[in-house]
Each structure stands twice: as structure tokens, then as C-alpha cells.
Design a protein around this ligand. Structure first.
Ligand code: NAP
Length: 256
């Protein structure tokens, strides 16, 4: 048990990478609080994961709601050992066709809310705690149509280093996990049915040296490493989990 007696808060824990991480954390002995907007998916997570899981309906862009979720988690668990600031939205923002409201919604959700989630949690984190942020390969890929999303994830990367410096005196470690294309409901809008999803996966897989998308469980294992004492000397950095897409792009099937 790598998280025995530890407590964790995961934003966006009712789906995809956040839910897989909640599942793994609990299997490793932790008590976990998750947030999200969708009550049905929060209830489904609760039904699956039981008494070691607490759920809070909270929109990360609503700072007061986040503060209430943190207070609820702390009331139930006591001080927190782990924060996984995971909630995020993709949001296409092509240049020439994007409203200010759409652009700002992506920034508020993926970047501003990450900072204020850390700020809300900070007074309740134990010294020596671990904060993990969720980045993306979009920070460096230059993928067309995703200016706002890429900017937020590049911002998360930079913020990791700043906050790691600020919290070092309390031995709080701050790192980012950087997923490449990972099979989660985040793709639903781009690929609304099974055939569209298969076509999208086939296309993306050609750009990934390991020739496939990742699974949420593979990301959760990387988050577990950053959350646990296994990474006790790791702070201010990124753990890239992308099948080689950014480190070794020349190995992708498209070049074979
Ligand atoms: P997902 O299955 O769609 O999960 C996204 C989670 O974020 C959901 O739990 C969602 O819950 C929550 N969320 C979104 N907006 C929120 C808000 N305003 N307030 C509270 N919660 C909110 O997608 P995922 O792939 O697991 O995404 C998790 C993280 O991984 C994101 O930060 C994403 O950018 C990053 N990522 C994913 C991939 C990928 O290929 N899957 C690649 C790179 C990075 P509600 O809808 O209930 O609010």
C-alpha cells in the first residue's frame, strides 16, 4: 500500500484520468475526495468506490465552491497529503473563429482555476504534501485550433516551477503529469460515436511511437508515483506519459 493513511483531493474526479486516479489511490490505501460538476457521474463514482470516497459537486471556476469542497474534505479526513488539480476542458479556439467568452472559459477552467485550487487547498495541506497538476503535450505540439488550450497547459508547466519554489520551505512537492492522447471521455465531442472514435484513434496512433493511445490507468500510475513517497526527491518537474509522441516523434508509425 503506497498511500496508506493518506488523504487526497482530486478535481475532476468523476471521469477519465481523475476517476482512474481516485480508484488507484483508494486501492493503495488512501481516502479520496473528488469534485466535478456532473452529479450523476459523481454518484456513479461513489457507488463504485464506496466509503473511502467523498464527492463534492463543485465547478473549479467557482472559487467559493472549491473552498467549500476543500473544507468538506478536511472536515471528513483532516489535513490533506495530496492534491491532484486535474479538471480540464479541451475547447477548440481556432484563430479567426473564436469568441472572447470561449477563449476565457478555457483559460479560467484550465489555468486560473488550477492556481486558485492550490490556493484554497494550501492552508489544509500537510508539510511534505504532494501537489500534482495535469498538463498536456499540447503545450509543445503546436496542434492547430487549440491556442487557448495549449496556452493553459504551457501555463501549468510554468506555474509548476514557480509554485514548487514557493512551497519548498514546507517540503511540499509540486509536479505536473503530462498526458499524451489518452482514451477518456474528453474525446467525446470530437468523436461522438464508435466509428468516429476508431477513425480518430487510428489517425492519432500514427503520430505516437508506441502506436496507440494511452489508457487513463496508465496516467493514474504516473500520478501515483508523483503522489507517493516513491518520488520524495522530485519537485518542479514534469512526467511525460505520451507513448513517445513529444520526445521521439521520428519513431512514429507515420515515418516507418
Ligand atoms: P474527462 O474524462 O473529460 O475528465 C475531465 C474532468 O474534468 C471531469 O471529471 C469533469 O467533470 C472535470 N471538469 C471539467 N470542467 C470542470 C469544471 N469547470 N469544474 C469542475 N470539474 C470540471 O477528460 P480527461 O482526459 O480525464 O481530462 C483530465 C485532464 O487531463 C484534463 O486537464 C485534460 O486537459 C488532461 N489531458 C487529457 C488528455 C487526453 O487525451 N485525455 C491529454 C492531455 C491532457 P464534470 O464534467 O462533471 O465537471
Amino acid at each position: 500500500m503506497r498511500l496508506a493513511n493518506k488523504t487526497a483531493l482530486i478535481t475532476g474526479g468523476n471521469s477519465g484520468i481523475g476517476l482512474a486516479t481516485a480508484r488507484l489511490f483508494i486501492a493503495e490505501g488512501a481516502r479520496v475526495a473528488i469534485t466535478g460538476r456532473n452529479q450523476e457521474r459523481l454518484d456513479a463514482a461513489k457507488a463504485e468506490l464506496g466509503s473511502n470516497l467523498l464527492t463534492f459537486q463543485a465547478d473549479v471556476t467557482d472559487i467559493a465552491a472549491t473552498e467549500r469542497a476543500v473544507a468538506g474534505a478536511v472536515e471528513a479526513f483532516g489535513p490533506l497529503d495530496i492534491l491532484f488539480a486535474n479538471a480540464g476542458i479541451p475547447g477548440a479556439t481556432p484563430v479567426g473563429g473564436t469568441t472572447l467568452a470561449t477563449f476565457e472559459q478555457v483559460l479560467r477552467t484550465n489555468l486560473t482555476a488550477v492556481f486558485f485550487t492550490i490556493q484554497a487547498t494550501l492552508p489544509h495541506l500537510r508539510d511534505g504534501a504532494s501537489i500534482i497538476l495535469n498538463g498536456s503535450v499540447h503545450a509543445v505540439l503546436g496542434m492547430p485550433g487549440y491556442s487557448a488550450y495549449a496556452a493553459t497547459k504551457a501555463g501549468v508547466r510554468a506555474m509548476t516551477r514557480v509554485v514548487a519554489s514557493e512551497l519548498a520551505p514546507r517540503r511540499i512537492r509540486v509536479n505536473t503529469v503530462v498526458p499524451g492522447a489518452t482514451r477518456t471521455p474528453i474525446w467525446d465531442r470530437l468523436a461522438p460515436d464508435a466509428a468516429a472514435l476508431a477513425a480518430l484513434e487510428a489517425k492519432i496512433s500514427k503520430m505516437v511511437p508506441l502506436g496507440r493511445l494511452g489508457d487513463a490507468e496508465e496516467l493514474a500510475k504516473a500520478v501515483l508515483f508523483l503522489a507517493s513517497d516513491d518520488s520524495s526527491y522530485v519537485t518542479g518537474t514534469e512526467l511525460v506519459v505520451d507513448g513517445g509522441a513529444t520526445g521521439s516523434p521520428s519513431g512514429a508509425p507515420i515515418y516507418r
